[in-house]
Design a protein around this ligand. Structure first.
Ligand SMILES: C[S@@+](CC[C@H](N)C(=O)[O-])C[C@H]1O[C@@H](n2cnc3c(N)ncnc32)[C@H](O)[C@@H]1O
Length: 210
C-alpha cells in the first residue's frame, strides 16, 4: 500500500473515533456536489444512505459488499445489519479492513476475487441478503482491470439463499467502456435465472428485485 493510502486509512481510524469529524467531511462533500450542479457521481455519503435505505426497505437483515476498498460503506452500515460481509481482492486493503473491524464480530472481510467467493455466503434461514456490487479496478496494484459484475451475478443468482435486493454501482458507466458490460447484458443474466425480476436504474444505482 502506498503512503497516500496508508494515511487515508489512518484518517478513517480517526473518523471512527470522532464521528463528528466524519459528518463534517460528508457535509463538505455534499455542499461541493451542490456547487458542481448536482452532477453524477453522487457524493459517497448520499450514495451510502440510499444503498442502506433501499436494502432495509426491501427487508434485508444482512449486507454483502464486493470491493471493500477502505471499508467506508461497511463502517456506514455497521449498526443496521445483523451480518456484514465485504470481499476485497487487494491483499493490503483487505488486511487493513480486517484490522479496522476486528472488534465487530458481525463483520467479515473476505480476501479474494468476489466472483469466486460469493458462493460462500452462508445459507442461513435467518438471513435475508442485500448485495452491494461495487468491485472494480481502482488503480490498486495487486488487483486486475476486469469488471467482475457478470460473474458475480451468475454466482449469486444461483445461490440457495434469500435475496431481498441486489444493488450495482455506477449505472452510468455500463456500456460506456470495454471494462463495463452493457445494461442489457446485466438484464440478460438476471432474466436467465429470474425472468420476472425487475431491474430499475435510479440515482446511478442499478436495483434488481427478484
Ligand atoms: C470502488 S472501490 C469499492 C468502494 C467501496 N465499496 C465503498 O463503498 O467504499 C472498488 C474496490 O473493488 C476492489 N476489487 C476490484 N476487483 C475486485 C474483485 N474481482 N473482487 C473483489 N474486489 C475487487 C478494488 O480493489 C477496490 O478496492
Amino acid at each position: 500500500m502506498d503512503k497516500e493510502c496508508y494515511l487515508s486509512f489512518k484518517l478513517r481510524k480517526l473518523f471512527d473515533y470522532a464521528p463528528a469529524l466524519r459528518k463534517a467531511r460528508d457535509l463538505y462533500n455534499v455542499l461541493n456536489w451542490a456547487r458542481r450542479g448536482y452532477s453524477l457521481p453522487l457524493p459517497a455519503y448520499l450514495k451510502r444512505s440510499i444503498v442502506r435505505q433501499v436494502a432495509l426497505d426491501a427487508g434485508a437483515n444482512s449486507f454483502v459488499e464486493t470491493g471493500t476498498y477502505f471499508g467506508d460503506t461497511v463502517a456506514f452500515c455497521l449498526n443496521d445489519f445483523k451480518k456484514i460481509i465485504s470481499i476485497e481482492l487487494s491483499h493490503s486493503f483487505a488486511r487493513a479492513a480486517v484490522a479496522r473491524f476486528k472488534n465487530r464480530s458481525h463483520v467479515e472481510i473476505w480476501e479474494g476475487d468476489s466472483g469466486a467467493l460469493l458462493k460462500n455466503c452462508p445459507n442461513d434461514s435467518g438471513l435475508c441478503y442485500s448485495f452491494w456490487l461495487d468491485a472494480h479496478y481502482q488503480g490498486i496494484s495487486d488487483t486486475h482491470k476486469v469488471n467482475p459484475i457478470l460473474e458475480e451475478l451468475e454466482v449469486l443468482l444461483n445461490l440457495d439463499i434469500k435475496i431481498a435486493v441486489i444493488l450495482i454501482d455506477d449505472a452510468r458507466c455500463f456500456g460506456s467502456t470495454s471494462i463495463y458490460p452493457t445494461i442489457d447484458e446485466v438484464k440478460a443474466v438476471v432474466a436467465k435465472y429470474f425472468p420476472s425480476a425487475s431491474v430499475v436504474i435510479s440515482e446511478d444505482i442499478l436495483r434488481v428485485f427478484l
